[in-house]
Write a protein that binds this ligand. Sequence first.
Ligand code: XIL
Length: 745
Amino acid sequence: MKKFLIAGLCAMVLGAIPSGAQWGPRAIPEPTDGLKDAYKDYFKIGVAVNNRNVSDPDQIKLILREFNSITAENAMKPQPTEPKKGEFNWEDADKIADFCRQNGIKMRGHTLMWHSQIGTWMYQDEKGNLLPKEEFYANMKHHIQAIVNRYKDVVYCWDVVNEAVADSPVYPGRPELRNSPMYQIAGEEFIYKAFEYAHEADPNALLFYNDYNDAEPAKSQRIFNLVKRMKDAGVPVDGIGMQAHYNVYGPSMKEVADAIELYSTIVNHIHLTELDIRINEDMGGGLRFNQGQAQVSDWERTLQQDQYVQLFKVLRKHKDVIDCVTFWNVSDKDSWLGVRNYPLLFDENYKPKQAYLAVKGFDPKMDNFVVAEDFKPSELNQPGQQYPMVNSQGYARFKVDAPKATSVIVSLGLGGSGGTVLHKAEDGSWMGTTDGPMDEGFHYYHLTVDGGVLNDPGTNNYYGSTRWESGIEIPAHDADFYAMKNVAHGKVQQVLFWSKSTNQVRVAWVYTPAEYEKNAKKKYPVLYLQHGWGENEYAWWNQGHANLIMDNLIADGKIQPFIIVMTYGMTNEGFRPGQMPAAAPARPAPGAPAPGGAPQARPARPAGGMGMMMNNGFEEVLCDELVPYIDANFRTIAKKESRAMAGLSMGGMETHTITLARPEMFGWYGLLSGGTYNPDEVKGTGVKGIFIGCGSKEGPDQIRNAAKALQDAGYNAKGYVSEGTAHEFLTWRRCLYEMAPMLFK
Ligand code: XIL
């Protein structure tokens, strides 16, 4: 909900959602090129297909756009091609092969010998007795050579033997190989024979041994051992197929890299032959078909995206030995695991997931980027806390103790669905580093531990997204303008004022410049400065350092001192700090007589959208209650020319509405990532000056164009774009710094 609200707000405010922003699953437009294009310098990207996939025009379009290698999901397996001895059925296999021939795509053949999906005639008689070895070999040879010969022109490699290695654990004395009927008849030799028969039929085909749990250390060692024995015996084996039926919790990328490195010591070709990453914790041979969650949560999507992203990073690193990566099925709708396992990069409607974009949109430069190991505790950490840490390049590193957790995600990093997935470190804690440098400045974040949202106990909390979030500060190169320095400091004091319209005591924070106390006669202009959606009256001085920005500007003689008032900009939220505890009856209906005396709790936040939050009586609170209160209790210059209103994001929208509705009250307007004014709407307001600003990552052209239009129309207007920042507090700190000198001139 909240993501949509923010996305909606920004779409309204800025007309476009900036790329790389932290909010929202977005609709992903239909790609114009495919994974195969993104990976053309690395390896082929393949897909396993059934007949329906290559019959439907939409699916054909997708397949041809994305993939440049094809595997028949079932059609070339032993049973489907030769259900009875000598009775071949080529219909399905031919259809897929013809599709590939027509489109110039070479196929991976799958699979010639497997204990599953094989006619029992291959290895036993009608009574169920195992055949003599010679008869089994004759059956096998005839089958293998028939199929290899038939598709020689289009199949360039074969998974000759599938899944012949035993699963873990294997106890001493037990064979390392699966105790299949074929193994019982001939031992390991049947594997060798299968490769020899295939090679005889097509000496040019690359021949693979293919298996699952391919990155599990013990099993990968057994796979290695088998292939090593084959090599030593002169068997024509060219490659190892890692099926790669993985899940969002494992294998670890170290295990994958270790397996690839181990295999690459005996073969020159490694293919990922059946890649999918399911949402539940099963893997490889352990199958929970169509189970898992009824609905996939955002945090699971993040885990999946991360697992895919990290996997492809490892694969790119090993591109010398990896030459094809095949997804097992086109979309979740086709997946052999069932749609609820959510395992692929295309969803059940054949639409690309965010993870697709992340896998495709890698930056080759970042693959070799060396993260500087000069991490220091973030300046916002709680006393004595080492983590989170920040390095000189803007990377953030997190460490969380949660011994029994199965997943920990930090909501910072990874554009799009968002987050840095932490992994179990050797000491049992969860650790992780953002995938790239963060924007400079302040960021809100939280942890998601097994789906539950928590704060990071390492750092302080800041109110944003309607909750106290964790905060981290990536030191900005220009941090000096808001630094706490040895200059004369003003005060930020809390005032509690009675609001008749909402029948409650409300809160504002008032910044008075250092000289305010010393000069008992002087009167000051006032800026009413509003926070954004989900924030509160703490935001501008706590996260924004508005007071320090003012102190520094005043100390440098860059502005004439003025007062800033920061209040809560909504009227319809539930209980919040600084407010009377919720006990009294809800706010009376408009027109109803206010029950005498005691301040009341505000009604709980209604499930309304942005309109609900904004069209909520705040104008009345601000203009008819707070402004008079401030003018009565502080030494203000109580007139329009000396009164400004500005706000960030939603506060900018409020500013826009209220300044235009009450032109007699405010002479100066400021919108910070909060939209623009056009000359027509400010006509006749008598506005003295207008400031509009935003971050360079927020669609800054609107700001530039609007400022120019206002200037051309003769208004005192300033447009400002904060370089390298998005919809975040460094943008607004800089905006305040740029705006303050133009006010009240
Ligand atoms: C699966 C197919 O996807 C299913 O349609 C079929 O019912 C069973 O086999 N390892 C393999 C693949 O090598 O052939 C399997 O394919 C998945 C596991």
